[in-house]
Design a protein around this ligand. Structure first.
Ligand code: C6P
Length: 409
């Protein structure tokens, strides 16, 4: 049985107090908290096995290498990736997407080619493509979102054609909580000979995944959003695509032979892992994946889906509030605006009650323009949040509305 009160005991930071108040951490879409099991794995690595990997043959180097490579296998299996050779450790989702836009985009895109993204992309799946388009003469097109925050798939079918070379899409919106039909988009991409890149930053931590079934060519996610350390994430790519691509960064370990005027490349995945990697963090991510598997992704998803629905229903009862995103088929986050209170002010007021939410454009400025706002307040939940915390959030939002409403009415 999923016992959220027992699970909370694994997270030391949840014991913190903010002034007089118990911390209520609802900024999980920005980064998640870490369980003792992940913190212990980091300590154990540094206390007992720390060495560089893939280089020396002494005992510590062999132990560190084995732990790092075991993490790769764990993460690949967690994602349902068809082949662990395609699993490249990066600093996070942002670096993973830059890798694709740079190493694939600059080599493969030509004038007249199109990259199709959505209006709701995070900047990390937009700006790298703007740079690639500027360098190659390719053009960016955008699948619009409907009023309810879902993708306009009819328009997607109209936009995609023989000129399309890549479709890039967030699996889950960090603003709207919408779950996008990336499997359908992958089919659409493949029907015109294009590739499919999925930004899984907001899906991998929450939804059981099977990349083989999603049918994408590239998938990116960040360790720190899935109870792992910062500084580590992954790009999974179809090995045959990665083989064809140029390296992203040059340096140690990504080479086979180096001459003064040219070099040849190492096998996958090492061709894309230049220099000393985030070794402890990769091992920490392995521990994070073990932790999530221990709870069971189906159970985590069930818990979050219920909490998200509960929060969506409850917060909508606040007078005058606008809540963004679809009613159904959404993850555990709510973005909203109160007419009387700016999201930044609201976030500061809630902080005084120990409640951590995020306010701002959430690194999705084009989406904000589409919604006609400059910022929203956003509460995002994870496996350790409770209905009681949602009630505290809604109560605090209601009190802020009453307080500010008294000045504006
Ligand atoms: N969104 C949020 O508060 P990095 O920073 O590389 O780990 O993840 C980037 C990223 C990419 N795609 C999506 C959909 C995301 O939500 C994020 C990170 C955080 O919403 C920080 S802006």
């Amino acid at each position: 049985m999923y016992d959220v009160n027992e699970i909370r005991k694994d997270f030391p930071i949840l014991e913190r107090r903010i002034g007089e108040r118990r911390l209520i951490y609802l900024d999980n879409a920005a980064t998640s908290q870490k369980p003792r099991q992940v913190l212990d794995a980091l300590d154990e690595h540094y206390e007992a096995h720390n060495a560089n990997i893939h280089r020396a043959v002494h005992r510590l180097a062999e132990e560190a290498t084995a732990a790092y490579e075991a993490s790769r296998e764990k993460v690949a299996s967690f994602l349902g990736a068809p082949d662990a050779r395609g699993l490249i450790f990066t600093r996070g989702t942002t670096e993973a997407m830059n890798l694709v836009a740079y190493a694939w985009g600059r080599r493969s895109l030509r004038e007249g080619d199109e990259v199709v993204l959505t209006e709701a992309e995070h900047h990390s799946n937009l700006v790298p493509w703007q740079l690639a388009a500027q360098a190659t003469g390719a053009r960016l097109r955008f699948i619009p979102i409907r009023e309810d925050g879902t993708l306009d798939m009819e328009e997607a079918e109209r936009l995609v054609g023989p000129q399309t070379k890549m479709i890039g899409c967030i699996h889950v919106s960090n603003v709207l909580g919408t779950i996008n039909p990336v499997d359908e988009l992958a089919e659409l991409a493949h029907s015109v000979g294009a590739l499919m890149l999925v930004d899984g930053a907001q899906s991998a931590p929450h939804i059981p995944l099977d990349l083989a079934a999603l049918g994408c060519d590239f998938f990116a996610c960040s360790g720190h959003k899935m109870v792992g350390p910062t500084g580590i994430g992954v790009l999974w790519g179809r090995p045959e695509m990665l083989e064809e691509m140029d390296p992203f960064l040059g340096g140690g370990e990504m080479i086979r032979e180096v001459y003064p005027d040219h070099s040849t490349w190492n096998d996958l995945p090492y061709k894309f892992e230049a220099g000393t990697m985030s070794i402890a963090q990769a091992i920490g991510l392995g521990a994070a994946v073990d932790y999530l598997n221990g709870l069971g992704m189906e159970s985590i998803w069930e818990h979050e889906r219920r909490l998200g629905e509960y929060a969506y229903e409850k917060i909508r009862e606040v007078e005058g509030i606008t809540v963004y995103g679809p009613e159904k088929n959404r993850t555990g986050l709510v973005s909203f605006i109160l007419p009387e209170v700016h999201p930044h002010d609201l976030s500061q007021i809630l902080d005084q009650e120990g409640i951590a939410i995020r306010s701002g454009h959430h690194c999705a400025q084009p989406l904000m323009r589409r919604l006609g706002v400059t910022a929203t307040a956003r509460a995002s939940f994870y496996l350790y949040n409770t209905e009681e915390e949602v009630d505290m959030l809604v109560g605090a939002v209601e009190r802020s509305r009453e307080f500010f409403g008294a000045f504006t009415s």
